[in-house]
Design a protein around this ligand. Structure first.
Ligand SMILES: Nc1ncnc2c1ncn2[C@@H]1O[C@H](COP(=O)(O)OP(=O)(O)OP(=O)(O)O)[C@@H](O)[C@H]1O
Ligand SMILES: [Mg+2]
Length: 359
């Protein structure tokens, strides 16, 4: 999937924007506060009706205005035109996909896969397990669309099971919820496992970054005792769970540990190295989506180059190009903008919320 035209009105500092991005690399260059991250927010809004920075409508709409809108024309793999549009006012959100109003923002996410690397992406390596679980889950969702219904059933079953456990009144109803949680939980686990296996086989052949940091891999802990089925784990833990009032095992407890040579990466790597590994993971996820579904994801990188030396910069840029994904990279550095652009790339300059191509 590729964005052939992007429009935004009254989004923060951007009063009116219309650009025709390159199908490959788009470099968005501008001073601090010029509106670069806002342009990425426009893309994110088209994918989820939400921003990745703040959820408040008042934060997003240009001061003194009462509504904002973003829209895009897309080209799918067969060259077919698609369109998405999101308009928001204080009280209402209108979402259109291919000219038809839709009620669920999940329909937007199904239209194109979008991956973001920004300064918060350090959390993928340094943060808690939830961040990594949700990263994998979002990628799996694009490759195995039925994953979303398994994940929803699991979370619903888990909530009901927890509500029952919280009563602390032992009841045979637990068997029913065990069954619900196990059937959806196994599907969630198997889908995650397929994704992790893809990533690990791709990482096993990566030589550049692993040449510096040692072999990088993902260790997947499924969230219950290895070697046991989920049902066995739940049954075994039943007495403790009645006491605790909550479910202590299952895919919601899964953990993904990013390792180098068996060591937890966050403990041994520098900031710049961690950032490079984030690029490696995100670009591997792009490949996973592309090779499994034939869909080219869209990759956004905010503050590209921050905290990276020239070697890492060249390396991460190579990774981004290697995905073949349409990429949107922001930077404050004019020299970077000039160095990285080739004839297939488009360089945009942002100034006071106005965006134009650089000749
Ligand atoms: N609702 C709003 N209405 C008008 N302007 C806004 C609104 N919200 C934020 N701004 C302005 O938008 C600018 C921030 O835009 P943005 O974060 O996209 O800049 P940036 O180019 O990414 O900057 P940096 O390089 O520092 O990350 C700030 O100048 C801010 O004052
Ligand atoms: Mg910014």
């Amino acid at each position: 999937m590729q964005i052939s035209r992007l429009r935004a009105q009254n989004l923060r500092k951007i009063r009116s924007l219309e650009i025709a991005p390159s199908p490959q690399l788009n470099l968005i260059w501008g001073a601090n506060g010029s509106g670069k991250t806002t342009l990425l927010e426009a893309l994110h809004l088209l994918n989820s009706a939400k921003s990745f920075r703040s959820s408040g409508f008042k934060d997003l709409v240009t001061h003194q205005e009462n509504k904002f809108g973003v829209s895009a024309q897309l080209l799918d793999i067969d060259g077919e035109q698609r369109s998405v549009r999101v308009q928001k006012s204080e009280k209402a959100t209108r979402i259109e996909v291919d000219g038809l109003a839709v009620t669920s923002a999940a329909t937007l996410a199904q239209t194109f896969p979008l991956l973001l690397v920004d300064p918060h992406s350090f959390g993928i390596v340094e943060g808690g397990p939830r961040i990594r679980r949700s990263l994998i889950d979002r990628a799996v969702f694009h490759v195995e669309p039925e994953f979303i219904s398994a994940a929803r059933s699991y979370l619903n079953g888990l909530a009901q099971r927890n509500a029952l456990l919280k009563t602390r009144q032992r009841s045979a109803q637990l068997d029913y919820w065990n069954h619900e949680v196990v059937s959806s939980g196994e599907r969630v686990h198997q889908a995650r496992l397929r994704c992790v296996e893809y990533i690990n086989s791709a990482l096993a052949t990566e030589t550049t970054l692993s040449g510096m940091l040692g072999r990088i891999s993902l260790k997947y802990r499924q969230g219950w005792r290895e070697g046991a089925s989920l049902l066995e784990a739940l049954e075994r833990q039943e007495p403790t769970e009645w006491q605790a009032g909550q479910t202590m095992s299952g895919p919601h407890k899964a953990e993904l540990i990013i390792q180098t040579e068996g060591e937890t990466l966050a403990r041994v790597a520098s900031r710049g190295q961690i950032k490079a590994v984030v690029f490696l993971l995100m670009t591997t996820l792009c490949d996973y989506i592309r090779s499994s579904r034939g869909i080219r994801p869209i990759l956004m990188v905010d503050d590209f180059g921050a905290e990276l030396d020239d070697l890492m910069l060249g390396l991460t840029l190579k990774m981004v190009r290697g995905t073949g994904a349409q990429a949107f990279l922001t930077t404050i550095h004019s020299h970077l903008a000039r160095n990285v652009s080739t004839s297939a790339d488009t360089l945009f300059h942002v100034e006071q919320g106005a965006v134009g191509p650089v000749s």
